[in-house]
Design a protein around this ligand. Structure first.
Ligand code: ZN
Length: 201
């Protein structure tokens, strides 16, 4: 069958930047499974995979607007160093913080004696992404998968200590609270990237 909305697809992929540096790959960790049409993955990649069948390979080029968005200067903040108190502050450290556009992952870009420069952009924001993908399997989604907006593995949603394909607890899975749409959209920004759930891997 072909990849379409309400199919569960697993792909092998390698993601490179414009210079050919490998940014991410499924090699060594196994194929990534997602629910097509449920915004589990970035729009440009989803569009590129649409209509393929198992075994097909494709190179998909994703511009920033269909990937992780354009780089936004407004997401750069300068914060006095003393605001961090006793906390360790080093370039490259990342943490979650409330900002004027909601919860973001912030990365420390620069530190000097007086201030810390924080960047709330996704690390792939502003980048054109070069994917080489191979469709491994395509199957119809179960009704519960469509309802939850993510694929399940054997054992159902969130079953078997996280082996259900998402990181939500069993408690949450009994209601709509499991991997809700709201959480899924946060996940997209937070860079979870896998499983289609709201967890932060
Ligand atoms: Zn689920």
């Amino acid at each position: 069958m072909r990849v379409a909305n309400e199919t569960v697809v697993s792909i092998d992929y390698t993601l490179k930047d414009e210079r050919g540096n490998v940014l991410d790959t499924s090699e060594g960790v196994g194929p990534m499974e997602y629910l097509h049409g449920a915004k589990n993955i970035i729009p440009g990649l989803e569009q590129g995979i649409e209509g393929l069948t198992a075994g097909e390979t494709k190179s998909v080029v994703v511009p920033p607007a269909l990937g992780y968005g354009e780089y936004n200067e407004k997401l750069i903040q300068r914060v006095p160093l003393d605001r961090f108190g006793e906390n360790k502050v080093e370039v490259g450290m990342r943490f979650h913080a409330e900002t004027n556009i909601g919860m973001r992952v912030l990365v420390i870009r620069h530190v000097d004696e007086k201030e810390v420069v924080l960047d709330g952009n996704h690390e792939l924001a502003g980048k054109t992404l070069y994917f080489d993908i191979k469709v491994v399997t395509v199957r119809p989604a179960e009704l519960t998968e469509v309802a939850h907006g993510h694929p399940h593995q054997a054992g159902g949603c969130c079953g078997g200590g996280g082996g259900g394909g998402c990181g939500c607890s069993d408690q949450e899975s009994s209601s709509e609270g499991c991997c809700s749409t709201e959480e899924s959209s946060q996940k997209k920004d937070g860079g979870c990237g896998q499983g289609g759930c709201g967890c932060s891997h």
